[in-house]
Design a protein around this ligand. Structure first.
Ligand SMILES: Cc1ncc(COP(=O)(O)O)c(C=O)c1O
Length: 395
């Protein structure tokens, strides 16, 4: 790392960038990794420096060597102008929204959005005089017809993390920018490795680093990367709120970055194989995975994405609640719990039928979402096989 010339650094391919980004020789003192920096107070050499805040680090909430190396690495990967780090993915969503919205504004939010983001819009933003209208995630350029004179944000999440609709982000961005609105996208599913958000017109991109950047279900982190039009405002907003990410989490995220490409590609391979196996099961009505040719958003996915992650859903043929519970409760390798993107496989029941307001979501049977981990695929299939047996028995 210390030996990399600027020219070589600029020409590195992705795998090499993941290995080398954020490895600052000044901070690591010869060790391979930058250690976690903890602290509130930063000392100044004299009053003039203190009054002018004329040094690289000024206070714990305003950045540390650890946060600086991770955010600069993320800025490089996303193709942004800058990145801020927050203590969770949901906090990243909140900060991006607080950056772009003011009282009296209107926001368009995809109907497929991560439900806690929807709750923030419906409760906190509403209380602050900001109105939200939900839109059909597959609307594409049609979002132009929903823009109002005070629409300041179009919020996208593609694919939706439960129902996996693929959004036409370039078309949405064109319509939003034409009306002077900011495009915020939750890019957690694809990560910048499979979807470079800013090259597709996104102004602020959210990543719940809790998922694939961590890869080990052992940290909470949110990242917001922003293009040049928005970074200064984002940076100012987050500093006024002072909600820094935890030093240990930042350190672990930087460690996760080194293997993210490997883990994500393996999750992709495993999830695709499992999705295909599930599609052939008699108990399954349909598999919802954007990389499968029968997915309604497959063409868009193929146009804009360079890979798929390990998160997808299935719709079971109609079955009782007790049968679905028996299917899930008895799984030995798939854990039952929220979040995703870890090394371990998870399965959760999902039901979006009651939350949607712009679109009707009627999948035709109970849904289950899988986050496929790194276990042996045959073991995962055997676990599910036994689950299907329980499902059939109860019916
Ligand atoms: C799509 C998506 N965005 C954001 C988040 C929030 O991340 P965190 O759990 O770090 O708050 C989640 C969490 O499940 C998610 O699925």
């Amino acid at each position: 790392m210390a030996k990399l010339t600027d020219e070589t650094r600029a020409s590195l391919r992705r795998r090499s960038r993941l290995v080398n980004l954020g490895r600052d020789a000044e901070f690591s003192q010869g060790f391979v990794n930058v250690p976690p920096f903890r602290g509130s107070t930063v000392l100044y050499p004299d009053v003039a420096t203190l009054k002018g805040r004329a040094q690289r680090f000024t206070y714990g909430t305003r950045g540390t060597p650890s946060t600086e190396v991770l955010s600069s690495a993320w800025t490089d990967l996303t193709g942004a102008a800058g990145t801020v780090l927050l203590p969770s993915g949901l906090a990243a969503i909140v900060v991006a929204l607080m950056t772009a919205l003011s009282a009296g504004d209107h926001m368009l939010m995809t109907d497929s959005v991560y439900s806690p983001a929807r709750a923030f819009a419906n409760k906190t933003l509403k209380r602050m005089g900001i109105e939200t209208t939900y839109y059909d995630p597959t609307i594409g350029a049609g979002v132009a017809a929903l823009m109002r004179p005070n629409t300041r944000v179009v919020f996208a999440e593609s694919p939706g993390s439960e129902t996996l609709e693929v959004q036409d982000i370039p078309a949405i961005a064109e319509a939003a920018h034409g009306a002077g609105a900011c495009v915020i996208m939750d890019n957690t599913w694809a990560t910048p490795l499979f979807f470079p958000p800013h090259a597709h017109g996104v102004d602020m991109a959210i990543e719940a680093g809790t998922k694939y950047l961590s890869g080990h279900a052992d940290l909470l982190l949110g990242l917001v990367s922003a293009n040049a039009a928005w970074f200064e405002r984002l940076h100012a907003c987050v500093h006024l709120m002072a909600i820094p990410a935890g030093p240990e989490d930042v350190f672990l995220a930087l460690r996760g970055l080194r293997t993210m490409d490997l883990r994500l590609r393996e999750a992709e391979r495993q999830a695709l194989a499992l999705a295909q196996w599930l599609a052939a099961r008699p108990e399954v009505l349909r598999v919802i995975h954007p990389a499968l040719p029968d997915h309604p958003g497959h063409k868009l996915w193929k146009r804009d994405f360079s890979g798929s992650s390990g998160l997808f859903s299935i719709v079971l043929k109609p079955a009782s609640e007790a049968a679905v519970a028996a299917f899930l409760d008895g799984l030995e390798l798939f854990g039952l719990g929220y979040s995703w993107g870890g090394y371990e496989s998870l399965a959760v029941p999902v039901d979006c039928t009651a939350t949607r307001t712009a679109t009707r979501f009627a999948p035709g049977g109970p849904m289950v979402r899988f986050s496929v981990g790194l276990e042996d695929l045959d073991d995962l299939k055997e676990d599910l096989d036994k689950g299907f047996e329980r499902l059939r028995t109860i019916g």
